[in-house]
Design a protein. Sequence first.
Length: 99
Amino acid sequence: MKATLDERVKKVYNSFSDTDQARIRGYINLFREHKFILSGKYLKKLKNNLWELRPGNIRVLFGIVNQEMIIVNVFKKKTQKTPTNEIKIAEDRLKEYKL
């Protein structure tokens, strides 16, 4: 499965340390290999077609469009719950890919 980073996500991704970037890439590759059979430690469903990868304190929000993993938001988590504004950003960006 191909993984595509939204252009807006690339800026945030590039601001992370090399260690964080490597962890994110590792989790993306883990998902590409095992898909939705990953445990809750690694993957959580947030909405209908919105999923969350959980590399440490970083969250990678993505959806599947035409058999492709579209990464629409990435951020460092500072609270126990995923912030609703981050979910909203991800949903809005994902809609752009479904047109």
